[in-house]
Design a protein around this ligand. Structure first.
Ligand SMILES: C[S@@+](CC[C@H](N)C(=O)[O-])C[C@H]1O[C@@H](n2cnc3c(N)ncnc32)[C@H](O)[C@@H]1O
Length: 445
């Protein structure tokens, strides 16, 4: 077991050793601060004049002994675990980062009551779903992933235990009316609280493939077809990203509808395609998130005559907007005030994939959040194609072959749209049609 705190952490005992070591130094630092700011503490410590060295630095023996004793208590009591229990840190992580994504990855949309059940049975479920494959003792997945995850997590707990020490020091400083140092301690606590918020994968800095280093289950998620936007129908591969249209072909009615909405804090363009409606959303929200497949986000497309990618175009047009792959969106815990899902359900010929889109929308809405589903089911082009006999009519839509491959057009009128949405547990607040498109405005509960 290495005492070097910077070596990789391969198992739980090594993680605890590392934590113990750091916590000892945190207490040492904390006592030094108190010694230098509170005369009473300095007087008591001076009663033992002997000195000793810790990593070549001289400390009073009393300081070192007290720091060691406190660190030992923290080690035995598993301080990080107690903090986790108090704030529900691990419970949230297990549910949001492991169990929920694993369920969604298998194509199981989760209702709120099922999510409640996941929470209640978290400890029972983590064994068969996660530890069976990713325990450091007998891993089934590549042990390298486990080492990387444990190393990252150990740094997280190191900071958590530092915060406990800073909190204790802050209380002592408060009683001693040492407000300058107290402010510094409080500033640190606030800063680290903000930094330790569950991070959302942001693009371009964390593509899914990079963030999967944190958790082995994330890489497993990539293998599931629930996140692919390529569908197989009657032996034909439908590349649904090819159905996306440019902003020049936006529906004037939908643009008007969007711009008439009250501003919201956060909005998502789910299945953003070629950003046809993203600008309208950007105009009514403070924080815009765009979601589509990695294929769609990273391929080269023409925007106003210039070749670029959706990611690059979005970053240049709406600085600060977040661009997430479907996987990143699915596993993120963030919720939004408004989600637009325009012409996505009708581009998906698979019931399960549609159900995942609906479940994902529902689980990412804030309590008062709303989602608008749009589906075009009638227009002159549809009529012309069907009349020409070129289209293969299939259940609920039709297939068309062109030079760019096979296309699928699902015909979801208002009644079909409403039925799908209600089945997914969303509440339809309004459903209407306009000029061949069906619209459904929903809330999560
Ligand atoms: C017809 S385009 C609509 C694009 C855009 N919303 C619009 O109205 O212009 C369908 C989009 O849905 C995306 N898509 C297909 N399957 C999806 C899924 N399961 N989850 C999220 N997006 C999906 C495709 O990549 C494509 O960009």
């Amino acid at each position: 077991m290495s005492l070097n705190p910077f070596t990789e952490v391969k198992d739980y005992p090594s993680m605890r050793t590392k934590l113990g070591l750091f916590t000892f130094f945190w207490f040492l630092g904390g006592i030094l601060v108190l010694q230098n700011t509170i005369p009473g503490v300095a007087r008591v410590l001076a009663m033992v004049p002997a000195k000793t060295k810790v990593v070549e630095v001289e400390f009073g023996v009393a300081t070192v002994v007290i720091a060691f004793a406190l660190a030992a208590v923290a080690y035995v009591a598993k301080l990080h675990d107690r903090v986790s229990d108090l704030f529900g840190i691990r419970a949230r992580f297990d549910v949001n980062e492991i169990l929920k994504p694993s369920a969604l990855a298998t194509g199981t949309p989760l209702s709120p009551s099922q999510i409640q059940k996941l929470r209640a049975k978290r400890l029972d479920l983590m064994g068969p779903v996660f530890y069976k494959f990713a325990s450091s003792g007998k891993p089934i997945i590549d042990p390298h992933y486990i080492t990387m995850a444990l190393t990252q997590w150990s740094w997280y707990w190191v900071v958590i235990e530092l915060n406990v020490v800073v909190g204790l020091v802050a209380i002592a400083l408060l009683f001693a009316s040492q407000f300058v140092w107290l402010s510094a301690a409080l500033a640190w606590l606030v800063l680290s609280f903000l930094l330790l918020q569950p991070s959302e994968p942001t693009v371009p800095s964390t593509h899914f493939s990079r963030s999967n280093r944190l958790s082995p289950t994330r890489s497993a998620l990539r293998r599931y077809p629930g996140f692919s936007v390529h569908y197989s129908v009657k032996g034909h591969i439908i590349k649904s990203e090819n159905a996306a249209k440019p902003s020049m072909q936006a529906s004037a009615y939908l643009c008007r509808w969007l711009s008439a909405q009250d501003p919201v804090r956060s909005a998502v363009d789910y299945g953003c395609g070629k950003l046809r409606y993203s600008g309208m959303l950007a105009a009514i929200c403070r924080s815009l998130t765009l979601v589509d497949s990695s294929i769609q986000l990273d391929r080269s497309l023409l925007f106003d005559g210039t070749r670029t990618t959706v990611r690059a175009k979005a970053a240049a047009t709406w600085p600060g907007c977040r661009v997430l792959s479907i996987e990143e969106f699915t596993i993120s815990a963030r919720r939004y005030d408004f989600i637009l899902c325009a012409n996505v359900l009708s581009a998906i010929p698979a019931a399960k994939a549609r159900a995942i889109v609906l479940a994902n929308t529902r689980s990412h809405l804030t309590l008062s959040g709303q989602a608008l589903f749009v589906s075009q089911y009638r227009n002159s082009y549809f009529k012309e194609v069907i009349a020409s006999g070129r289209a293969k009519v299939i259940d609920g839509g039709w297939l068309l072959h062109s030079a760019r491959g096979w296309f699928y057009y699902g015909l979801l009128g208002p009644a079909d749209l409403k039925r799908l949405i209600v089945r997914a547990g969303l509440v339809v607040k309004d459903c209407w049609s306009h000029d061949g498109s069906a619209y459904a405005l929903c809330s999560g509960a």
